[in-house]
Write a protein that binds this ligand. Sequence first.
Ligand SMILES: [Ca+2]
Length: 156
Amino acid sequence: MSHIRSISYQLTLGFGFQTRVPTDGLGIIKCGGRLKPDTKARDLFSHAQFGDNNYPVQADCEWLLVSERGLRVELSFPTFEVEEEADCGYDYMELFDGHDTSAMRLGRYCGSGPPEEIISTGDAILIHFHTDDTISKKGFHIRYKSVKYQDILHTK
Ligand SMILES: [Ca+2]
């Protein structure tokens, strides 16, 4: 007697007749990483082929940016094009004001994205990028760097 393992997928039909398939354990694209901001701005891209191809579907990426102790993390967004949806429920970028997703969420962004610069309260920012199984856009280009508390006071 052979054992056939059946895996059932929950299908949810949303507006636009998109079929959404949970991707637990299947098709998840590993990406992200730990980055150390410097006082000179560096670049972070949503995916390796940024500029040539749209971002991949079914991606879940986390980048943890940790500055030296006593410094904050500053982000700016020269390019941000992520599939738009009213609640950013399909594709989105989330920012957390700390080392992990239990930290305060600064926001969830899609469409044309965050309006301006973002500066952490502490020494870290976590960036989470999620994409669903259909429709991709250009993606994002983030500039990140370390800033001193005093620098922030002077620019406000
Ligand atoms: Ca999508």
